[in-house]
Design a protein around this ligand. Structure first.
Ligand SMILES: [Zn+2]
Ligand SMILES: [Zn+2]
Length: 226
């Protein structure tokens, strides 16, 4: 980020100053989603969840999507800098440990899939890399073959909040319903914005019989707090 020379650059991808500059998402959190509760509500549920009753049951996002996080995720996704995995691993693990994210209540995790065409172009799914991090450190197994994109949606980044909800409607299909029936499934993605992706994925899982759906993302945007 700052282009400082790192003696131990093979071990870490960010200098201590840059790493410390990335803001974590801090509680109090909504009971249902990764949003910070800006005002006290008796049931601990944010305005958005109160209005939309999401299909997911709980959510966590580790960091705020500020300018530095935007650049890092962009480099990770579009420049193929998968070495950044280590930086994300540190951030994700620090958040999970500090906030006591109850990963043990989940039977498995599943990454939000890319459309096959985009996967071919990029060569990897960044969310699957995050799942692999969870498996390594916390022993939470994952399956990448459960959710499939049913149609190519426009990249969410190009759309406004309203279009994001409709863009993803019915955009996921479940394979292997037997793998999720009565299971607690953690959906993993890089970014939580409006919650539309999380909603479409968790609704599909619930329709396939999943008992509980959680969302875990590396970062959350400001406009997740409308
Ligand atoms: Zn730096
Ligand atoms: Zn909420």
């Amino acid at each position: 980020m700052c282009r400082a020379f790192l003696n131990d650059g093979r071990q870490k991808q960010l200098c201590d100053t840059c790493r410390a500059s990335i803001p974590f998402n801090v509680p109090p959190f909504c009971q249902l989603c990764p949003r910070r509760l800006e005002v006290f509500t008796p049931d601990g549920i944010c305005r958005v969840c109160a209005a939309r009753s999401p299909s997911y049951d709980a959510g966590w996002s580790a960091c705020l999507y500020d300018e530095s996080m935007r650049r890092l995720l962009h480099a990770f996704k579009y420049s193929g800098k998968t070495r950044l995995r280590r930086a994300f691993e540190g951030l994700l693990n620090a958040f999970i440990d500090t906030m006591h994210v109850p990963l043990s209540r989940f039977d498995l995790s599943t990454p939000v899939p890319l459309h096959p065409a985009r996967l071919r172009e990029r060569g990897f799914n960044q969310s699957e890399i995050l799942c692999a991090i969870l498996r390594e450190r916390y022993g939470l197994g994952f399956r990448s073959d459960i959710l499939t994109r049913t149609r190519s949606t426009q990249p969410q980044a190009a759309l406004g909040a309203k279009e994001r909800w409709t863009n993803l409607e019915g955009a996921f299909r479940i394979n292997h319903s037997n793998a999720v029936a009565d299971k607690s499934v953690l959906i993993v993605d890089d970014l939580f914005t409006t919650g539309a992706t999380a909603e479409a994925a968790s609704r599909a899982l619930k329709e396939a019989g999943a008992a509980y759906a959680g969302i875990l993302t590396l970062a959350i945007t400001n406009h997740a707090h409308p």
